[in-house]
Design a protein around this ligand. Structure first.
Ligand SMILES: [Fe+2]
Length: 243
């Protein structure tokens, strides 16, 4: 069993194609939301999403770009890109996005959420927040996205710790059956952890191993597409720094 888990594609076609190529064969795949927003290729990534066999839960940008819900709380750059994306999408694409099920969803013995199991819009960054999520759930392995930070947290013996990621772009995690995990595959299309490479994860058999990956992609093409679309230049610049 080889399961591809990814999140936060954000209409970055070049990054998505690189992840698909690097992931190789997979038996099943799940996306933790935010197919669109920020990037310049919403139609291309949705075309792939609608035909690929990928279980998807809704992200806050999917919701905002499809329905407008949540744009009011976005940063100016995010709001501009959400309005732009909304205008690019066909009625069918908006309906597809709006119909995505929100998390949390149980899948293959794991729990999937966009922000957190208790709130689609929550950023799980600190140890205290992770501890609260662990306290409110029972699942051994939970997956979240939204922060665009690859890695996550482990709960062992009542203590929550941050998982360390290797700078090599490949980090293998052997799951401890006595521990619990809150894992984040990172962002495909707009990483914010200082590594501009596209991020994804591969899970083996349930309770076995999880491997976190990074892959370089045609970043210049993704940046050029953002600028050509008239989207905020900062959305192109930040791809280069991974911030
Ligand atoms: Fe996102």
């Amino acid at each position: 069993m080889r399961t591809l888990i990814f999140s936060d594609v954000h209409a970055n076609q070049q990054a998505l194609m690189a992840v698909i190529a690097a992931a190789g064969h997979w038996d099943e795949a799940a996306c933790l939301g935010d197919w669109v927003g920020y990037g310049a290729a919403p139609g291309a990534v949705l075309a792939w999403a609608q035909t690929a066999k990928v279980l998807t839960i809704r992200g806050n940008h999917d919701r905002a770009c499809a329905t407008g819900d949540g744009i009011a709380s976005f940063t100016p750059d995010a709001a501009q890109s959400a309005h732009w994306t909304h205008a690019q999408l066909s009625t069918t694409e908006r309906q597809w996005l709006a119909a995505l099920p929100p998390g949390p969803q149980s899948w293959n013995g794991m729990l999937l959420a966009h922000g957190s199991p208790r709130d689609e819009d929550e950023y799980v960054i600190g140890l205290d927040t992770a501890a609260a999520i662990f306290a409110g759930t029972t699942d051994a392995v939970q997956w979240i996205g939204h922060t665009h930070l690859q890695g996550g947290f482990v709960l062992t013996g009542g203590v929550v710790a941050l998982l360390g990621m290797s700078p090599t772009g490949r980090t293998e995690l052997r799951l401890d059956p006595t521990a619990r995990y809150l894992l984040n595959p990172g962002s495909v299309g707009q990483p914010r952890d200082g590594d501009p490479r596209a991020a994804f994860a591969i899970a083996g058999n349930p309770g076995d191993t999880v491997t976190f990956h990074r892959v370089a992609y045609d970043l210049a093409a993704a940046q050029a597409a953002i600028l050509a679309a008239g989207l905020p230049p900062r959305l192109a610049r930040r791809l280069q720094t991974g911030t």
